[in-house]
Each structure stands twice: as structure tokens, then as C-alpha cells.
Write a protein that binds this ligand. Structure first.
Ligand code: 5GP
Ligand code: ZN
Length: 115
């Protein structure tokens, strides 16, 4: 766990969140400032700060994250209408928490391009 990383603390349940899925590699929980009726954050338990710091050793983990996201979308009943998976990176990408995460957004029609 990285010192002072809020998502490491959520993964370790040192700070509370509404967890919707967990396994040995990942945790998914509700975003506390939702931008859509369904807004879930999916994180690896291992601390990785951004998509740029991923290594080839993380290949399986990244594939697993997509499969879990798809399964959560089905469970949340947004798979058929559609949804969006977003990973912001660094300043211009709008990343505010530096522990890799995927936003799962759905339950309304999402506009494109994003702001
Ligand atoms: P980013 O801007 O880094 O892509 O996304 C960070 C997300 O984490 C934001 O959507 C923000 O609302 C969410 N977030 C930040 N702190 C917390 C927290 O303590 N708990 C939960 N559940 N979500 C958080
Ligand atoms: Zn972390």
C-alpha cells in the first residue's frame, strides 16, 4: 500500500466505501460524486499510480479489469443500452486520484466528445 493513497485505503477498508465487487486482484466501489446513475470505480488492489506506469507484468491484471467491468455492466443492467469505461491520466486527462482506476459510467445517454 502506498502512503496516503486514498484508493489503497479503500481497498484495505481503512476508509469506508460502498463496495460492489471484490476478488483477489481488484475492488469496485461506488464513486462518491457520481456523474451518472451508475458510476463505479474499479481499481487494482496493488498500487499502480497511472496507466503510464503499467508494465508487461500487469497484462493479466488489465485484462481481468476489463472482464470485471463488463460483468459489472451486465449486473447493473446497463450492458444492453451501453456504458462507458474511462481511465483519466495525469493533468490534461483530468486524473485527480493517482491510483489506477477505471470509471464505469452508465444509466443515461453519455455525450461525446467529453469536456
Ligand atoms: P479521476 O478524476 O482521478 O479520474 O477520478 C477520481 C474519482 O474518484 C472521482 O470521480 C471522485 O469522485 C472519486 N473519489 C475521490 N475520492 C473518493 C473517495 O474517497 N471515495 C469514493 N467512493 N470516491 C472518491
Ligand atoms: Zn494506491
Amino acid at each position: 500500500m502506498a502512503d496516503d493513497c486514498i484508493f489503497c485505503k479503500i481497498a484495505e477498508k481503512a476508509i469506508p466505501s460502498t463496495i460492489v465487487y471484490e476478488d483477489e486482484l481488484v475492488v469496485a466501489f461506488k464513486d462518491n460524486n457520481p456523474q451518472a446513475p451508475v458510476h463505479i470505480l474499479l481499481i487494482p488492489k496493488k498500487h499502480i499510480s497511472t496507466v503510464i506506469t503499467l508494465t508487461h507484468d500487469d497484462k493479466e491484471l488489465v485484462g481481468h479489469m476489463f472482464l470485471v467491468a463488463a460483468s459489472l455492466a451486465r449486473e447493473q443492467q446497463i450492458a444492453q443500452d451501453g456504458f462507458r469505461l474511462v481511465t483519466n491520466c495525469n493533468q490534461d486527462g483530468g486524473q485527480t486520484v493517482f491510483h489506477l482506476h477505471m470509471h464505469l459510467l452508465g444509466g443515461r445517454s453519455l455525450t461525446w466528445p467529453p469536456g
